[in-house]
Design a protein around this ligand. Sequence first.
Ligand code: NAD
Length: 345
Amino acid sequence: MSALRRALPRLSGACRSARNQQQWAPVRHFSSSPITRANWGFVGLGQMGYPMARNLRAKVPATDSITVYDVNESATRQFAEEASSAGAGTRVTVAKSLQDVSRVSDTVITMLPQPKHVQAVYQEFIAGGLEDARPRLFIDCSTIDVKTSLEVGSSIRVLGHEFVDAPVSGGVVGASAATLTFMLGASDSIVGKAQPILEMMGKRVIHMGEPGTGIVGKLANNYLLAMSNVATAEAMGFGIKLGLDAKKLASLINCSTGKCWPSEVNNPVPGVVESAPSSREYQGGFGVSLMSKDLKLAIAAAELADAKLVLAEPARKLYEDAEAHEDCKGRDFSVVYKYLQLASK
Ligand code: NAD
């Protein structure tokens, strides 16, 4: 029995029984055949979802169709206008409701902010009736908690459809350039179907294991990122206060054992890395509120397994305080460096 199943005995029972019931018949998601058409659904055209859906539209055969939905109508309108000005190709339809998406689509991709949005969207899909003979594949790329993902997946599988978790790493830049890394939680029989779909929106697909493990991988990575960002901000902060030149200190760290993504690529000290958000008033990048959310999800995931996290609590408070500070909210998560400087004045 896997660690995830041991951590969630009631849910994993539901997953297993749903898997036994399902009769997954292959449908064409993506081929060069002009005869069969595939219908795609995409829900959540935000900072990440919009460019992901755009890449999908550009790569599926022109005979396919895409149905999009977002509560923000200006996003769907813009998506449809962009598709039409790009000329002949995949037909884009703006759905009037979530149920219109799930009714017509063979594959549905969701990219939503939080667990409550994912829950609400999938409840609507189910309420719209998924009980016809056509099996569908649902791919949730949102970063949510393990429990919600497993619960939603079970409620879909029990109806004879497939659901995989495929959260991403790579940010808005990776979503636009189709260079995302997907962390896939899926049963072995679905990997071959999900992988080519994800590869239209990203560069790497790492199959982590059974459903739920993609989310666990994503949360473990973001926990580490949250910590290394704080540690970099603190180390740079005291080094500079003791008289070191910021760029010299960063170069030393980056050819020594402290090197990490925040020290090398996303250095929190303005002027050290010109392309980093810190060098443009912390604009753009990965929002401090998203990091705060992911850290809380990681803490909840660790609690499922009774895994002790000694660094989590002070970091959680730091991100929450930075998020609430007038000069830091809405900025890249590296803004914790600025917050620490303001707080220590
Ligand atoms: P976002 O807020 O920009 O986009 C979310 C979209 O979902 C919005 O357009 C919103 O209108 C739509 N939405 C919300 N509720 C809906 C509903 N009920 N029905 C239909 N549409 C609905 O968020 P984002 O930055 O695109 O992030 C999406 C997910 O990806 C989050 O879980 C986030 O943690 C994760 N993520 C984000 C980044 C990043 O750099 N932004 C990187 C990796 C992962």
